[in-house]
Design a protein around this ligand. Structure first.
Ligand code: C2E
Ligand code: MG
Ligand code: MG
Ligand code: MG
Length: 284
């Protein structure tokens, strides 16, 4: 739809586009205010040793509940926060909150030694030249052993600036943090390449897990990925375990760890602790 503008100019006016732009700028503002307004919090999804059924750690996942927009998925707002740069402030808050939560759990002796929390780190965060240094300083000020923290990065995050990523990851891994590649299999990096980085964990994307109980090709693919990863010395974590059949098949093909709705969805801190205590009572 074209409407006459001032003088002889025609200005293109597209109601749908205008509405979309408005929605986004509203959204961006809401996102900017979300932390100060205490609309964000972390939930924790148990990570399970598939062999013993024990909880060995958790992945911290960010949640945003806005009074009008309601629940907004991180799959939606994290990319927006990356585009606006807001993810830097939010990411610092996530790391800080996860560290404080784990400190509190350890202080109350509510979790076993060796328990580890994994935090997702966005590409933009990793590309800050002082990211590793600041995180190590933050850990220094905490009572946590450095091995209690794992960071999850994506393949694309590593590819953006390989030299910078390598330097930062070496700094972190050198101090005992473990580094996981998230959504493994959805990007393009080879295991041989990943082996040149201080990465110890590969998280097999749930797209590779979901159909292993109904599609033999998928099962063979998952098996190949897990076997290769293990031959290269990586620990493998399956994402998106939703059925008992998934657990049995993943164990058969040699996958060590997993997470998914079959065990538990991500939980608020209190519910997470209750889950751990229950599970450990059940399988000591
Ligand atoms: P991700 O890191 O791959 O996290 C796994 C996602 O799978 C989570 O979605 C989790 O809730 C979901 N999930 C877990 N088990 C199952 C299952 O059995 N079935 C299915 N269908 N899904 C399952 P969530 O929490 O919506 O997070 C989506 C993505 O948003 C994350 O993917 C991660 O990339 C990003 N994200 C979440 N929190 C943060 C954060 O604090 N910082 C950054 N940078 N990104 C985050
Ligand atoms: Mg993750
Ligand atoms: Mg993932
Ligand atoms: Mg994923």
């Amino acid at each position: 739809l074209a409407v006459p503008g001032e003088a002889d100019q025609w200005r293109f006016y597209h109601p749908a586009l205008e509405a979309e732009l408005q929605r986004r700028s509203h959204y961006r503002l809401a996102l900017h205010e979300a932390l100060d307004r205490r609309q964000m919090f972390l939930v924790y999804q148990p990570k399970i040793d598939l062999g013993s059924g024990r909880v060995i750690g958790a992945e911290a996942l960010l949640r945003w509940v806005h009074p009008e927009l309601g629940f907004v998925s991180p799959a939606e707002f994290v990319p927006l926060a990356e585009a606006s740069g807001e993810i830097l402030r939010i990411g610092d808050w996530v790391l800080d909150s996860a560290i404080r939560q784990l400190e509190a759990w350890f202080a109350a002796q509510q979790l076993p030694d060796g328990f580890r929390i994994a935090v997702n780190v966005a590409t933009l965060q990793l590309m800050q030249p002082d990211f590793a240094e600041r995180l190590l300083e933050r850990l220094q000020r905490s009572s946590l052993p450095r091995g209690a923290l794992e960071i999850e990065v994506t393949e694309s995050g590593l590819m953006q600036d390989v030299a910078l990523a390598r330097r930062q990851l070496q700094q972190l891994a050198g101090q005992g943090l473990s580094i996981a590649i998230d959504d493994f299999g959805t990007g393009y990096s080879s295991l041989a390449y990943l082996k040149t980085l201080p990465v110890s964990v590969l998280k097999i994307d749930r797209a590779f897990v979901n159909e292993i109980d109904s599609n033999l090709q998928d099962l063979r693919l998952a098996e190949t990925v897990v076997q290769m990863a293990r031959n290269f010395g990586f620990v493998t974590v399956a994402e998106g375990i939703e059925r008992a059949e998934h657990v049995a098949l993943l164990q058969d093909i040699g996958c060590q760890l997993g997470q998914g709705y079959w065990y538990s969805p991500p939980l608020k801190a209190d519910a997470f602790l209750a889950f751990c205590q229950q599970t450990h009572a059940a399988c000591p």
